[in-house]
Design a binder for this molecule. Structure first.
Ligand code: C2E
Ligand code: MG
Length: 611
């Protein structure tokens, strides 16, 4: 008997099934029935580990999985791996299961449940429905891949558009950087005859504009106007094929075409900084500002753009200490000095933890359909002994480097769960909390165990915890991240990709991970009401996320115009200054209480866009 639903005329090979069952008699019984029904049993194994191994090696069409297994991995965990990494459908077999177990099992999106003992007919029906469902999903997946390709092509086209060349954004920047890098070999060949010791290099310059905030505070138009005039002046000095982009509000990055000697860059940066001694005139008002620069060289200081930028920024920070309009190449001065500073910061960081100087702020997350506060992101702050607040960008990189991030991360997780449980207990609704998880934390073998402990101790139900994992972490550590995330996911928590969009190639990775929501990087939200590139990217992300049943959170929404665009384009949730900045717990609680979850402004927008 041919059990395949396949309708083609040529006889198909039988469906291959892996049986995972630790009771031998039951296992053999199932295998016998399967064979009678015309299926091929490719193996019987009795542990989660063996199930993963057998599925990886033999690629069955389907796995029948007992939930309760001996050994370290239970059936649900094994199924999590098999589903996500191998994309093989799984049917659970179980004699009984409590709600918690069923809840966990559900998270792995099984293709069916068989309650033991079951009849051969039930076995067959369940298998056939599963196979049909899987086939249907595969064809949806194919059209989805096609769609992704189209979006990518669109992005590529946009990259080449003239309007963007003045100020490109981050994704486009990495793309352009790769293009500059690709020019190096031919450049080398041309010159190697004449100059034996010549090594072509690319300069990456980080240019920080000082006192920018003062001007930006007059309104974003002012800040933008200033950046435009700065770019105009810089353009006088750099070649047409060099790149200039705005990295952050007050930071520009300049990537020069391959050059011969460092001194060319030196002359250029001197010229650029010289320009800052002349005032800028904006709307007939004069502004005197200054800048500092840090420079890294590809490939000696690093080969990846991310690393080069980070080091260039460090060198720029060091130049700031030296005074206005100074610059430094990475290694020479900045590097040496930095070690001392780093050491001091490191010592302080250690004591900060024991001195309880870390505070958690909460930034509200609003549902754009209902206008309600549905959650908060926990954001760490370092309150030093003199009362000043240091933002995470200034100390987390070092914490990550030294490993201190593991202790800090644990502290944040624990505090966030306790705080939110307390808010729920005083009747502030079932809000969830987003906690950022760093690369190092995600690689921790016992992260899952720690999370279980925190959840049990705080009493917060797992579905109110959302772990924010940076997109770049997922992309650079795919295998580890996937394993870790599936393990975490089985606890019933939610997972968000943070800073989405900065990785560009990431669109196609999306579906590989067990993800509940996507947080769109604020670079894409900026000026979205008028920036057509951001519009295309963001609406593509939203529609794709919705196809994959994921929620979309727009980050860094600052203006009502940006908000209006997002509401119109069905973005699910928002986080940003337009509603509120991150707040200490008590302030967050009173805000949530006073608004009773109904911020007027957002509801107004929603109503306006409905009509
Ligand atoms: P993130 O996860 O992308 O968090 C959002 C950041 O955007 C926060 O910066 C927030 O204050 C800021 N933000 C929110 N709305 C707006 C807006 O409308 N405009 C602008 N310009 N900014 C907005 P923050 O608090 O400085 O945190 C920076 C990053 O540090 C976070 O980025 C996150 O990656 C990391 N971080 C913060 N707390 C933790 C933590 O406890 N653990 C770990 N591992 N990382 C953390
Ligand atoms: Mg985050």
């Amino acid at each position: 008997m041919n059990v395949n639903k396949n309708t083609s005329q040529t006889p198909k090979s039988p469906t291959k099934i892996l049986v995972v069952e630790d009771e031998l008699i039951a296992a053999e019984n199932i295998a016998r029935n399967l064979k009678k029904l015309g299926y091929e049993v490719i193996g019987i194994v009795d542990s989660g580990e063996e199930a993963i191994e057998a599925a990886t090696n033999n690629h069955p069409n389907l796995v029948l999985m007992d939930i309760m297994l001996q050994g370290d991995l239970d059936g649900i965990e094994a199924a999590g791996h098999i589903r996500s990494e191998l994309k093989i459908p799984v049917i659970y077999m179980t004699a009984y299961a409590d709600d918690d177990t069923l809840g966990r099992a559900k998270l792995t999106e099984p293709y069916g449940y068989l309650v033991k003992p079951f009849k051969p007919q039930t076995l067959r029906t369940t298998i056939e429905i599963a196979l049909q469902k899987h086939q249907g999903e595969q064809s949806v997946e194919l059209s989805y891949i096609k769609e992704i390709e189209e979006v990518k092509n669109k992005l590529d086209q946009l990259t080449n558009q003239e309007e963007l060349t003045s100020l490109t954004n981050r994704i486009i920047l990495s793309d352009k950087f790769a293009k500059v890098v690709s020019k190096i070999p031919s450049f080398k060949e041309q010159n190697s005859q004449q100059e034996k010791d010549f090594t072509p290099t690319i300069s990456v310059i980080c240019l920080g504009i000082n006192r920018f905030k003062r001007i930006n505070d007059l309104g974003y138009e002012w800040g933008d106007l200033l950046i435009k005039s700065i770019v105009k002046r810089i353009n006088k000095f750099i070649s047409k094929n060099s790149i200039i982009a705005r990295l952050n509000t007050d930071e520009l990055v300049i990537i020069l075409e391959p050059i011969n000697t460092k001194s060319e860059t030196t002359v250029l940066i001197q010229n650029i900084l010289e320009e800052f001694t002349q005032p800028y005139v904006l709307n007939k008002q004069k502004f005197l500002i200054s800048a500092n620069a840090g420079i890294t060289l590809y490939p000696v200081d690093g080969e990846q753009l991310g690393k080069l930028l980070l080091k260039a920024r460090n060198a720029m920070e060091y130049s700031r200490i030296q005074g206005d309009n100074r610059f430094n190449f990475y290694k020479k001065e900045a590097g040496k000095h930095q070690n001392n500073n780093t050491l001091k910061l490191e010592n302080n960081l250690y004591s900060a933890l024991s001195n309880k100087q870390f505070k958690i702020y909460y930034q509200p997350i609003i549902n754009l359909k209902t206008g309600q506060i549905v959650g908060a992101e926990a954001l760490i702050r370092w309150q030093t002994s003199d009362g000043s607040i240091i933002l995470p960008g200034h100390f987390l990189p070092l914490a990550e480097e030294t490993g201190l991030i593991e202790a800090i991360g644990e502290f944040v997780l624990k505090s966030a769960c306790e705080d939110v449980k307390a808010l729920q207990d005083i009747g502030l609704g079932k809000i969830r909390v987003g906690v950022n998880i760093s690369a190092r934390q995600l690689n921790q073998l016992d992260l899952r165990k720690k999370l279980v402990k925190v959840l049990l101790n705080s009493g917060l139900a797992p579905n109110y915890v959302e772990l924010d994992i940076n997109e770049s972490v997922l992309i650079t550590n795919q295998t580890t991240a996937m394993r870790s995330l599936h393990g975490l996911k089985t606890l019933g928590i939610q997972i968000a990709i943070d800073d989405f969009g900065t990785g560009y190639s990431s669109l196609s990775y999306l579906e590989k991970f067990p993800i509940d929501s996507i947080k769109i990087n604020q670079n894409f939200i900026r000026k979205i009401n008028i920036n057509s590139t951001n519009q295309v990217i963001t609406s593509a992300i939203i529609s794709m996320a919705h196809k994959l049943n994921m929620r979309v959170i727009a980050e860094g929404v600052e203006t009502e115009e940006e908000l209006a665009f997002l509401v119109k384009h069905n973005c699910d949730e928002l986080q940003g200054y337009v509603f509120n900045r991150p707040l200490p717990l008590v302030e967050f609680a009173s805000l949530a209480e006073s608004l009773a979850g109904c911020p007027q402004m957002i509801n107004d927008w929603i109503n306006q866009n409905k009509s």
